[in-house]
Design a protein around this ligand. Structure first.
Ligand SMILES: C[S@@+](CC[C@H](N)C(=O)[O-])C[C@H]1O[C@@H](n2cnc3c(N)ncnc32)[C@H](O)[C@@H]1O
Length: 357
């Protein structure tokens, strides 16, 4: 379902058209099955670790009124644009004109070109990113575009940049051989072939019922104290890889504060953006605090068998609020890092708690 159909010359961009580590896109039926079995009467839901937003979008598709949040700006912006663009806030013809105007801009040798050209992006695409991102910032500063338009344009840019990034789908490293053939004779992945395609903005297929949903740039443990819903869906990071490290390039393009970058992987200072859920010493306490503060009737927690917090401890934390059941789904995920991708089996679990108090 979309807010409006894209004009013929602009490619449609869907919320799931993004490579996102830990995306539950392939587990929506599993999540939906647990909701149907245990919380069929739920009318409102919160997804406080929204990531790519595909679960929040799925809940909205099921007719629930959704609150979604993420603490990274590069996740908040697309989720807000896809889910919560109010009907009537954007004139589709004007949005089409703005996207075409941005697509036609010549490249500019600016911040992205200097820092990401020849590594995360080709120099040509990095220069296009500079021109487009500067123009969006200029339109915002001068009041030429409204907030809903800015969110959609930025979303279009983030998805387009992600599509032509010279990475394995995360930005902890780039593939080192920009300019060469995509694969070595032994099958080693050298360059993502799509990195050579010209960056092209598409049309974000935003929902038509955006006034029913709310999306926040927020810390889950703080926001949980502000919301009351029937169903609380939780999908925190489950390992020590910080999302901000995996997505620092998109976060930097989204914020566009042009900070100094350090090291071979060209990261900005991410103090304050690290999640306690990716810390071995802090994850369990953070989850316990969140569960204690939750005001809801059902809690669904997705957590991999690979995770930092042992299953028995998760059950103990949830059991402080009511009886707990564990649903399991065997699942294969892509291995991490550059090189030949490998699939390894893990068990994806949903811990379900029927809140009693
Ligand atoms: C496993 S991913 C969620 C994936 C999502 N369900 C999907 O299908 O795309 C975890 C997300 O939690 C976010 N996150 C980590 N710590 C957070 C916090 N304290 N508050 C809000 N979001 C947080 C990360 O930025 C990341 O996007």
């Amino acid at each position: 379902m979309a807010g409006s159909l894209p004009p013929a010359d602009l490619r449609p961009v869907y919320i799931h058209n993004r490579k996102f580590i830990g995306s539950k896109q392939n587990l929506l039926d599993f999540i939906g099955g647990v909701i149907s079995a245990r919380a069929p009467e739920a009318r409102t839901a919160a997804d406080l670790f929204a990531g790519s937003g595909v679960v929040a979008d799925y809940l909205a598709q099921r007719g629930l009124r959704v609150v979604a949040a993420d603490h990274l700006f590069c996740n908040y912006v697309p989720v807000r644009a896809f889910l919560a663009t109010p009907p009537g806030a954007v004139d589709p013809e004007r949005l089409g004109r703005l996207l075409r105007e941005l697509n036609a801009l010549p490249g500019r040798q600016g911040y992205a070109w200097t820092h990401y050209g020849g590594t995360y992006f080709t120099h040509e695409n990095a220069a296009r990113i500079d021109a487009i991102r500067d123009q969006i910032a200029h339109w915002q500063e001068t009041g030429a575009i409204g907030e809903a338009e800015a969110m959609l344009l930025l979303t279009s840019l983030l998805y387009a940049a992600d599509k032509v990034a010279n990475t394995c789908g995360q930005y902890d490293a780039y593939l080192k051989h920009l300019g060469r053939e995509p694969y070595a004779p032994d099958g080693t992945h050298l360059v993502d072939a799509s990195a050579y395609r010209p960056l092209e903005l598409g049309w974000p297929m935003y929902r038509p019922d955006g006034d029913r949903h709310r999306v926040y740039l927020a810390d889950a443990n703080q926001l949980v104290r502000e919301v009351e819903v029937d169903l609380l869906y939780l999908d925190p990071p489950y390992n020590t890889r910080q999302y901000v490290d995996n997505y620092h390039v998109l976060e930097n393009l989204a914020r566009w504060e042009k900070p100094p970058l350090r090291g071979k992987t060209r990261k900005f200072d991410r103090t304050g953006l690290k999640s306690p859920y990716s810390s071995r010493t802090r994850a369990a306490a953070a989850l316990a605090d969140l569960v204690r503060a939750a005001r809801c009737r059902h809690i669904l927690l997705s957590y991999s068998s690979d995770g930092i917090i042992p299953p028995a401890e998760i059950v103990a934390i949830l059991a402080t609020r009511g009886p707990v059941e564990v649903f399991e789904h065997p699942y294969r995920i892509f291995g991490n890092g550059a090189g030949r991708s490998r699939r390894r089996p893990v068990v994806e679990r949903i811990f379900y708690c029927r809140v009693q108090d």
